[in-house]
Design a protein around this ligand. Structure first.
Ligand code: SF4
Length: 264
């Protein structure tokens, strides 16, 4: 049976492989906590480009964040687009979150966070209705510097497939607790960012692209083609990734002297 220490060693190997593939996840200071919360909610099961487009559409359609707060979920869902991942759920959660905070702090910029401690900020968001633990974890981590490992559906799916957590048996809060105990505070942001990147890139909802995954050899859920085909696919991928040699300029074709081509 796998112990907690084994599981965390496994997660460390995941970090090393993913870091080699993707590098250090980018980190930017949070200038607007409300926008950051919206992005965290929208980002679950959605690609970064989809989130950027959705944020753009929300800004264009609603006068401001207060207008978004008082809008009907159906209108928000239509603005997100009918095919936006979990659009109906997100359209319901967003105004609920904004509205609850507004009624308690009369604020649409959430500057009250500046006076809150790490535990207080996290507990505050956790207690709000319909706000999932991962949203509270993102806000506590990125706005007040708390140690947190947010587990949304993407993180649960990837780490579940890797056998590090068990989303079928463990709640979101329990998985977060486990990962926060096992991953050091100075590594948590990096591991989380790398797992989210894999979730968007290869370990997607539905059928994962295991043949291109750097974790294929260690993943108990990997669906890989037979070895021969795998070698060919790896060789092809390597050839694609290799820098192409710069083309040498074509030597100017020598023109035949006109006189030489004429028949005498
Ligand atoms: S091998 Fe496949 S299932 Fe496992 S982490 Fe990679 S993409 Fe996901």
């Amino acid at each position: 049976m796998q112990t907690f220490t084994d599981t965390m060693k496994r997660l460390e190997r995941v970090r090393l492989y993913l870091r080699r593939r993707y590098g250090d996840p980018p980190r930017a200071a949070v200038t607007h906590p409300v926008e950051h919360a919206l992005r965290a909610i929208l980002n679950e099961e959605a690609a970064g480009a989809q989130v950027d487009e959705a944020m753009e559409r929300l800004h264009q359609h609603f006068v401001d964040l207060n207008d978004l707060r008082v809008s009907r979920p159906r209108e928000i869902r239509d603005v997100l687009g009918t095919d936006f991942p979990r659009g109906g759920h997100k359209a319901r959660v967003i105004p609920r979150l904004l509205d609850q905070v507004f009624h308690q702090h009369n604020s649409m910029v959430w500057d009250f966070l500046e006076a809150m401690g790490k535990v207080e900020a996290r507990t505050y968001f956790e207690k709000l209705e319909e706000v999932r633990p991962f949203v509270a974890a993102v806000l506590a981590r990125d706005c007040v510097g708390a140690h947190a490992f947010p587990v949304d559906n993407d993180v649960a799916r990837v780490l579940g497939r890797l056998g590090i957590v068990d989303p079928a048996k463990e709640s979101e809060a329990k998985m977060q607790d486990l990962l926060e105990r096992g991953v050091k505070a100075n590594r948590a942001y990096e591991v989380h960012g790398l797992v989210k990147r894999l979730a968007e890139d290869l370990c997607v909802v539905g059928t994962p692209v295991c043949a291109r995954c750097p974790l294929g050899a260690m993943c108990p859920s990997a669906v890989l083609p037979p070895k021969g085909k795998r070698r060919k696919a790896a060789a092809k991928a390597k050839a694609r990734a290799a820098p192409k040699p710069a083309r040498e300029p074509k030597a100017a074709a020598k023109k035949k002297p006109k006189a030489a081509s004429r028949k005498r």
